[in-house]
Design a protein around this ligand. Structure first.
Ligand code: BGC
Length: 902
């Protein structure tokens, strides 16, 4: 609903769905909701049963608060996919190409010719693969999606894509083909650098359905009549890169009439169409191109392109040279202290593309297809012509999410930080939300996402993208309820995976005790890490708060509850009694231990400054499990209440009360001091409301003192960071939060000062002396510490959701100026429409301009220091508890300093 009128609201809606656009105005409707008195933004289709392939046109109209009906919206359309396994007549086919184990496997081409009659009304291609595919019809690429069919838990769910290919087919002779790549299916996956995780053979499933004007249909499917051959892609791997030999191109292979008699056969292989699923989230696309900013000749004598931005995707190379010239591109995020190309932090990922020229006498252009790199620098070797800024073009690829958020303020470094957060999300929202995009990792780590989710939901419309991830989370969840460390979970068969990775290391000669131990720890002991698996509860709740759709909670509820039950069963098993000896000497404590959780292993407050990896793991068992147990119970009670499950909500609430008491008994001493006496302990205790109301101010003060005593240097790791600034602000220490934010010699702005264009994994990824952190864990594109982004929106600019009215039905506009900033603004395209908040300090007054979408309400909270005379839109207004209640519309406030009123 859009309206310039202040206070405009939706009183009712009506939705109509019809088989054709013309039918929308007639009686031949699939569904007419009738007039429904509601301000809801979503409604569920409840009309005639829909069939596979059916097209549905729909429109909606609204009534406002004066019962005035609006116009019918211009019609939109959706099309049903293939709903029944029996809709699939295509056979899954595997190329019959010889492959040697442990040597690069060329990407197969598969093809067939077919004839069509005239008068084609429409054509659809339904297609998927084991591996990645690029489908081709009559010499052209089908669609603009990349990394299809996407990374899911393939044995349980394999996505297929549906393309409108009406414009690609024609009367007479046609050809349908596909190139397959190893991708996640059988290429290198995870920090274990495993291959063949889901299977060792590539396969294609394609079904082209052509409908003629007279309603008759013709179907062309993958089957044993197809032919296959290898092509120019000699090797392709997400971690290692691609090798392309243009001399091996097969011109015309994807066009009709190509002579494929020398090609090899394909095999049909058994397969159940039951696991096929339509994609939920947006596809990966090419989003943007980046021009290099410099060509550098490094001290080591290498030629390196600087893209000016740490980005994710690949580069397009344009060069001319003699036949057989081999050009190698290697990708890196950073140059070392001497200014040399640095790749140690990529660990085993080779991140190398090789292009071999055909030598056509004119420039040739190369782009890989089935790999991606996280890089700012590209080292080029073997270039036959001079390296210029036109030699390479960066191609940014990621899931095509609409950008919904914008932020800026009077501090340029903070603005750069915001851009870095955005770029880090872009780089890591590539089909799956990943920890990092460059080294041999790139996995859907659960904690990284749960801490970053609020920022992600503000920056971009992440709803469908994350719903899809949650579907995979449900599928990967263990029978006992535990959510895996990463989703998708390539470790599902743990023992097998472990053995395979050890064997792999043996073959590569990288076997050592440390490596084996790391793997063993990760697969067997760390998998119940608190803060990681809990994403199964936290992420659905976050989506509900930001997007307001209760179906997300409905769909996830059983999974959330199963995860909680897992934690509950773990509680009471104290693994480390000696640590708590003093606390446990109190008799009452024993009564609470049933609700207390401690873990021997857990990633803990991952990478808190000074802790390093081992430190995080060691220190975590102290309090993180107990804090998360309580937090999980709290969120469960909120989710249950939102779904009207009041009894369950009450039971979870009661559990929460016990769990937080247990936390307190063990971790708080008589003086209110928490153990361990570290920033994150106080941050989580306050963020999760673990302390009684009257004790919170004291804890907040202790936290503020701790932060100040530590020189406003951040003390939090992955789990504390998302909350530290928020908690400080909530308890009246906004200036402390600003000093953390604005500290240029540590924390977020240090990296900005060092020229970072994305967020670093470590606070001290580059140390003061210019040296790097250990290359074992050194990513420069890791969104978890960028979780402060939510605070920029919520507090600095002042746009906050209200979880009691999710989806921004009620908005809290509460900017808290500080840190010497003179202005700040954020705009957020919420599900209800544009919200913006923009403030500036002018002649001692605080000026605020706020925009609230129609059909929403807002509480505008005036900063405490400016609660003197307040004028809104030219009229004097009185604040209630420092705030004003408003409806949709634009508002301009001028607030004089509080002292001026006195
Ligand atoms: C990843 C993380 C992840 C962590 C688990 C790392 O290798 O990059 O971001 O959460 O492992 O502790």
């Amino acid at each position: 609903m859009v309206s310039p009128r202040q206070g405009a609201r939706q009183a009712a809606y009506q939705v109509r769905v019809a088989p054709t656009e013309a039918d929308l105005c007639g009686d031949n409707l699939l569904w007419d909701s009738g007039k429904v008195a509601s301000d809801a933004l979503t409604c569920e289709y409840a009309g005639a049963v829909l069939r596979s392939r059916q097209r549905c046109f729909w429109t909606v109209r609204l009534w406002d608060e004066d019962e005035a009906a609006g116009e019918w919206a211009s019609p939109a359309v959706w099309e049903m996919g293939l709903l029944e396994p029996s809709d699939w007549t295509a056979r899954l086919i595997q190329p019959d190409l010889p492959e040697k184990p442990h040597s690069p496997r060329p990407c197969p081409l598969l093809r067939r010719d077919f004839r069509l009659k005239g008068n084609i009304a429409r054509a659809r291609l339904y297609v998927t693969a084991h591996g990645l595919y690029e489908a081709r019809i009559n010499g052209r690429r089908v669609g603009d999606e990349y990394f299809t069919p996407g990374w899911t838990t393939y044995d349980k769910c394999l996505q297929y894509q549906a393309y409108d290919v009406t414009a690609l087919v024609r009367e007479g002779d046609n050809a349908l083909g596909a190139v397959l790549g190893d991708g996640w299916y059988r290429g290198r996956v995870s920090f274990l650098y495993l291959e063949n995780v889901y299977g060792s053979r590539l396969a294609l499933l394609a079904q082209l359905e052509v409908t003629y004007d007279d309603g008759s249909a013709q179907v062309v499917t993958s089957d044993a009549t197809w032919r296959c051959a290898t092509g120019p892609i000699l090797a392709s791997d997400i971690f290692d890169g691609e090798t392309y030999d243009a001399r091996l191109e097969r011109p015309g292979w994807d066009e009709p009439g190509y002579d494929d008699r020398q090609w090899r056969r394909v095999f049909e292989t058994p397969f159940s169409a039951k696991q096929l699923a339509a994609p939920i989230g947006p596809p990966v696309r090419k989003i943007e191109e980046v021009r290099p900013v410099a060509v550098i000749h490094t001290p080591a004598g290498e030629t390196v392109f600087d893209m000016g931005q740490n980005m994710v995707g690949w580069v397009r190379l344009r060069t001319a040279g003699v036949r057989g010239t081999s050009v190698t591109l290697q990708f890196a995020e950073i140059l070392d202290q001497q200014g040399n190309f640095y790749t140690k932090n990529l660990r085993l990922a080779k991140a190398t593309d090789t292009f071999i020229l055909e030598g056509r006498g004119q420039p040739e252009t190369f782009e890989p297809r089935f790999t991606f790199h996280g890089f700012r620098y590209v080292k080029v070797a073997g270039l036959p012509d001079e390296a210029t800024l036109d030699t390479l073009t960066g191609v940014v690829l990621h899931s095509d999410l609409a950008v919904t958020g914008a932020f800026s303020c009077s501090n340029g470094l903070v603005n750069q930080l915001f851009q870095n957060i955005m770029w880090t999300q872009r780089g890591n929202f590539l089909d799956v939300p990943t920890d990092c995009p460059q080294r041999d990792e790139r996995m859907g780590w659960t904690a990284d996402l749960q801490v970053f989710a609020p920022t992600a939901c503000l920056n971009m419309d992440a709803c469908a993208f994350l719903e899809r991830w949650l579907r995979d989370l449900r599928l990967d969840q263990r029978g006992d309820g535990l959510v895996p460390l990463t989703v998708p979970d390539p470790f599902t068969r743990r023992w097998d995976t472990f053995r395979r990775s050890v064997r792999d290391m043996q073959q590569k000669g990288t076997l050592n005790t440390q490596a084996i131990w790391d793997r063993y720890m990760a697969l067997y002991h760390l998998n119940r890490s608190e803060g990681w698996a809990d994403a199964g509860i936290i992420v659905p709740w976050t989506l509900y708060v930001y997007y307001g759709d209760p179906r997300i909670l409905e769909e996830q509820y059983d999974s959330m509850r199963a995860m909680f039950e897992y934690r509950r069963r773990q509680a009471g098993r104290i693994t480390n009694l000696s640590r708590f000896r003093s606390a446990l000497s109190r008799r009452e404590t024993w009564e609470h231990l049933r609700y207390y959780s401690s873990g021997w292993y857990g990633f803990g407050d991952w990478l808190a400054p000074g802790d390093g990896m081992e430190g995080s793991i060691r220190k975590s068992r102290m309090f993180i499990p107990a804090a998360y147990l309580a937090f999980d119970a709290l969120l469960m009670s909120k989710a249950a209440a939102a779904l009207g499950r009041d009894d369950e909500a009450a039971a979870f609430r009661e559990y929460y009360e016990h769990a937080r008491e247990a936390f307190r008994y063990v971790h708080q001493d008589a003086d209110g001091r928490l153990s361990p006496h570290r920033q994150t302990t106080y941050v989580l205790a306050l963020a999760f409301d673990l302390l009684p109301v009257d004790e919170r101010p004291r804890a907040a003060k202790t936290l503020a003192d701790l932060v100040a005593a530590e020189g406003y240097k951040i003390g939090t790791g992955f789990l504390g960071t998302p909350y530290v600034c928020q908690v400080l602000t909530d308890y009246g220490y906004a200036e402390h939060a600003y000093r953390l934010l604005l500290n240029e010699s540590a924390n977020w702005l240090l990296q900005v000062r060092y020229g970072a264009t994305t967020i670093w994994e470590h606070w001290d990824g580059i140390r003061e002396d210019g040296s790097f952190q250990s290359a074992r864990m050194l990513s420069f594109n890791h969104y978890a510490p960028g979780a402060v982004g939510a605070w920029l929106y919520h507090v600095v600019a002042g746009i906050r959701p209200d979880e009691r009215a999710p989806g921004f039905a009620h908005i809290i506009v509460a900017p808290v100026p500080g840190g010497g900033l003179t202005h700040a603004r954020a705009a957020y395209d919420s599900v209800r429409g544009r919200i913006s908040s923009e403030w500036r300090l002018e002649n001692g007054a605080f000026l605020l301009r706020a925009e609230i979408p129609a059909n929403a309400t807002a509480t505008i909270v005036v900063p405490e220091a400016y609660r003197g005379a307040v004028v809104m839109d030219g009229r004097d207004v009185r604040l209630t508890n420092g705030a004003l209640e408003v409806g949709g519309g634009q508002y301009e406030l001028r607030c004089e300093p509080a002292s001026a009123a006195a």
